[in-house]
Structures are given as structure tokens and as C-alpha cells.
Design a protein around this ligand. Sequence first.
Ligand SMILES: [Cu+2]
Length: 250
Amino acid sequence: MRKPLRVLVPLAAALPLAFPAVANAQSGASTYQAMLNPLNHSTGSGRITVELHGDQATVTEHFSGLASTFMKKPYPHVQHIHINGNGKCPTTSADTNNDGVVNTAEGQPAYGPIGTSLTTTGDTSAKSGTALTRFPAGADGTYHRTFTLDSATMSSLTSGKGVVVVHGLDPTTLSKKAQGEKSELVPTLPLAATSPVLCGPLTAMPNSGASTGGGSTSGVQNLALFGLGGGLLAAAAGAVVVRRRAGSVG
Ligand SMILES: [Cu+2]
């Protein structure tokens, strides 16, 4: 009657698959993920993972289906981890001026101000929120970067208030009224350029060692909403290529 024991062999063989997650938790690492869902009539999508080892964040992101060109150049998609809001993405009811677009400011009660700018190079603080030349561009993209995560963003992640927002709408998807509007943040740009296109709340992955909520957000700085660096873009007079001047933003 040893035959039933053999049945257990496949189960035992499968056990090691569970070990990496356990080891991950024991090493102090934690992982957060978000599905990036379309806002403002976009048809794009994306997915992002933030893996933390201490204060080192490795971010891996894929997105597709976004606007591809802007003023004959690859469309810049500025993107941030917004923090210290309600940890949610806005619904259409956030469109308080009824132009058919939930702009960045209208969405802020849901996702909060910028905590981290997911730039491709250099500074990752809120100060780089509108540094158009240092963000992914084009319709589809893969983003991968490891950088030091600031304590305010870290705090929001652990309290379930980190929300990834990608910006930059295809203008043709906007209402006629909205197509004629300027960005509420950067008046030299059209509304479409700075409005949210993808959004997803970051949630802790099970067994990753991440806290699943309840953290304090006290002491978190009231960091700049995307666009406080409007002077930078104003200087660009609508051009996509913006020369970054250290300290001129935020
Ligand atoms: Cu943002």
C-alpha cells in the first residue's frame, strides 16, 4: 500500500516554487503593483511593479495604446507616483468644470500630489514633474529604473496611498470644447498634454513583506501638484523639447 505516497511526490516537487516569496519577505523586500487603467476616454493600458529593497526602488512598467506623437515628436508621457490623497483614481464625477476631461488638478483629491517623478534619468522628486524630456515618450513603452525612493512616497506606499498616474491624452479624443482649452497647469500647452491618461493605485503583493495598510501619513510634505513647475514649460512656448534648468521647477 505504498502507492498513495507516490502521489505526494509531485506536491513535494512543487514546494520550492513557494520559497522565493518567503525568502523575499525575509530579506526585507516588498513589492507593489498596479494595473494602469485608462482615464479620459483613453484606450491605453499598462502595468507597473515597484520592488523595494530598503529605500531602493526598482520600477518596471509597460504601457501601450497611448498618443504617439505631439507636435511631430514622440509624445512625452510624464508619469508620477502621486501620494497622500485617497489612494484612488478619479471617476468622471471629478470633472468639475464639465468639459469632459478630468484634468490633473481635478483628479488630485483622489490621488494626491506628486511624490515621485518616474523619470528616465536624473532627479526623481516632484521637482522633475514636468521635465518632459526625461520621461517615456510615444505610444508604447517599457520603463525600468532603480533609484532611491524618498520617505514620503515610501510612507504613502505602505499606507495604501500611492497611485501611479501617466499623463498625456490624444487630443482627438477630447470634446471640441476641451480641444480648445489650455492646460490648467501649463497654459502654453493644450489641456490634453498634461491630463491623466492612465491611473492605478499601487497595492502590496501578498508574501512580499509589504505592509498592507494602516501606516501613518503624518509628516508627509505637501509636495507640489504636477505643474507647479509651469514656468519651465512656459519658457518652452509650447515646444516639446524643453531644456531642463536645475532648480527652476517647483
Ligand atoms: Cu502625475
